[in-house]
Ligand binder design. Sequence first.
Ligand SMILES: Cc1cc2nc3c(=O)[nH]c(=O)nc-3n(C[C@H](O)[C@H](O)[C@H](O)COP(=O)(O)O)c2cc1C
Length: 207
Amino acid sequence: MKFKKSDTEAMLELLRWRRDVRHFKSDPLPDEIIEHLMQAIALAPSVGNSRPWRIVRIKSQAIKEKIIANHGEANTQASQKYEDIERDEYQALKLAGLIEAPLQLAIFTDLNPSAGRGLGRQTMPETLTYSTVIAIHQLWLIARTLNIGVGWVSILNAKSLNKTLEVDPSWQLTAYLCIGYPAYDDDTPELHRTGWQENTAKEWLEK
Ligand SMILES: Cc1cc2nc3c(=O)[nH]c(=O)nc-3n(C[C@H](O)[C@H](O)[C@H](O)COP(=O)(O)O)c2cc1C
């Protein structure tokens, strides 16, 4: 397979328009789209080919409500770290689309997978988590090619989420993803647009 210059340009365009989305339409996603998202995960690299991602799709409204409450508590706690105007700015941000997003996935890393037989991770066990993160990013990019938005939610109490979902307590929560049709498109990160944090230009050091 040989790729063309136009593929590079298309890929850069995709990266430019991949955004973290918190504003969703609640229309359900067709199964075909969900299958594409799962294919993107299945194609990810992983240390020792360990494929340590464990995915839970949340369908139950009762469980969703517990997760919304979990996020609400974690977000209130997080806001206490800020003071005065900065706290107001934080509280004005929308940091999750948990109420509207039609597809919600909790993605964990199995920190002791039998697949891969330990290859590649003896000195850097964190490479298991890196593997899951890459798989998530692949899902994020494929979602964008399908005009689907993904929002990564990390403002959660992970221990309590494992309990709510009744998953192995040793699984490490790596991401909670809200997925759906975005309410609007933008090529600028929301945190940049709201003035919370501008995108900075220089990404490397030279020595
Ligand atoms: C590991 C990770 C955790 C994140 N957690 C949250 C979150 O809890 N809430 C949120 O609104 N955005 C979250 N984001 C999205 C970032 O805020 C977003 O990627 C960043 O502001 C840049 O915007 P962009 O993704 O649109 O380029 C997370 C992103 C990553 C990679």
